[in-house]
Ligand binder design. Structure first.
Ligand code: PAN
Ligand code: ZN
Length: 195
């Protein structure tokens, strides 16, 4: 049966929630191992355990051809010189692609092949859309002063594999430089100094 209340959902862009949908919150304590600067991470966590991001999902549809989606709100802030970011993942069903749509704020997406041999980054901005191809790990980074709000739409059978990236992390790191955000290789991170 077609039912309009099930078809139309209200998005609350301020809180990053979709009316009537489950929401997952990630705090700093949920992101151990994500930041390259582990000393800065531990000392930030001793001060407080702030909310880093929230994702509200529509994931009721199942079966071939169905879609799921997540509304993400990623807070502004840094751990040391690294901007707040999501855990990042591969889709468990590796061929599953995803569209990200920027709604508010200024972000960067890190994209990396599933085997980790190629990486790129791109902007995630309002009125722009990012196609994350299949077999590609993806992470969102807030480089602005306000919450970064975006939607991701993906096949219902994509699934989320966090453990592969927990083990190896992304090759690229986004840091605050003296001339604004810059993307460096993780292997170059120890040489990086706070502006
Ligand atoms: C997004 C992500 C969202 C949160 O909806 O789930 O940005 O990031 P993590 O899942 O890496 O914590 C998505 O890509 N879904 O597939
Ligand atoms: Zn995804």
């Amino acid at each position: 049966m077609l039912s309009v209340p099930d078809i139309v959902r209200r998005l609350d862009l301020a809180s990053g929630t979709i009316e009537g949908c489950p929401t997952t919150e990630r705090r700093l304590s949920d992101l151990r191992g994500v930041f390259a600067d582990s000393d800065a991470y531990e000392s930030a966590l001793q001060q407080q355990d702030p909310l880093i991001y929230r994702v509200s999902t529509i994931q009721e549809g199942t079966g071939q051809g169905e879609l799921h989606c997540g509304l993400g709100v990623l807070m502004p802030g840094r751990v040391g010189s690294e901007y707040f970011m999501t855990k990042g993942h591969l889709h468990s069903w590796r061929p599953a692609a995803e569209f990200y749509i920027g709604l508010k704020g200024r972000g960067i997406m890190l994209l990396e092949t599933d085997v980790g041999n190629d990486s790129v980054w791109c902007n995630l901005l309002p009125e722009s859309l990012v196609h994350v191809p299949g077999n590609t790990a993806h992470r969102t980074v807030n480089i602005g002063d306000e919450p970064l709000v975006y939607i991701g739409i993906y096949p219902s059978d994509a699934g989320h594999d966090y453990s592969t990236l927990t083990a190896r992390n992304f090759r690229l790191v986004v840091v605050a430089g003296s001339h604004g955000p810059k993307v460096i290789r993780r292997t170059d991170f120890p040489a990086h100094r706070l502006p």
